[in-house]
Design a protein around this ligand. Sequence first.
Ligand code: ZN
Length: 141
Amino acid sequence: MKIAKEFNWEMGHRLPFHEGKCKNLHGHSYKCMIEVTGEPDSNGMVIDYFDMKKIIGPIIDELDHSFMVSRNDLEVLEFLEKINSQKVVVDFDSTAENICIYLLSKIKAAGLPQNVSAVKARVFETENSYAEEEIKLQVKN
Ligand SMILES: [Zn+2]
């Protein structure tokens, strides 16, 4: 069984390596569909939607109205510090693919119910483009 919940946030970023528009400072209204796979528990739930929000909400809140910046993007990092703007410093360039992996690792670290066997993140950078990744989890009996 699979269930999913949508999350939204606004975030600035740039891709320093990009030769087109994406090297500029800009932002997106990100959307993410988090899909959880597992056998329903005795209550008939894979995971309670409220629990999903409790686990994933804080991860998204940290990103909302912040600027995601790579540790290696020193000029932008220095600028954000100078103007005291909210930032999320990461070890990667903020492509939709990497944000997917980032979200999944955060969700995995936060912990999910024992019956959950996989989590999938589909990150929409724009309305019509997304990246998707799934991780398998060990089901505990
Ligand atoms: Zn972008």
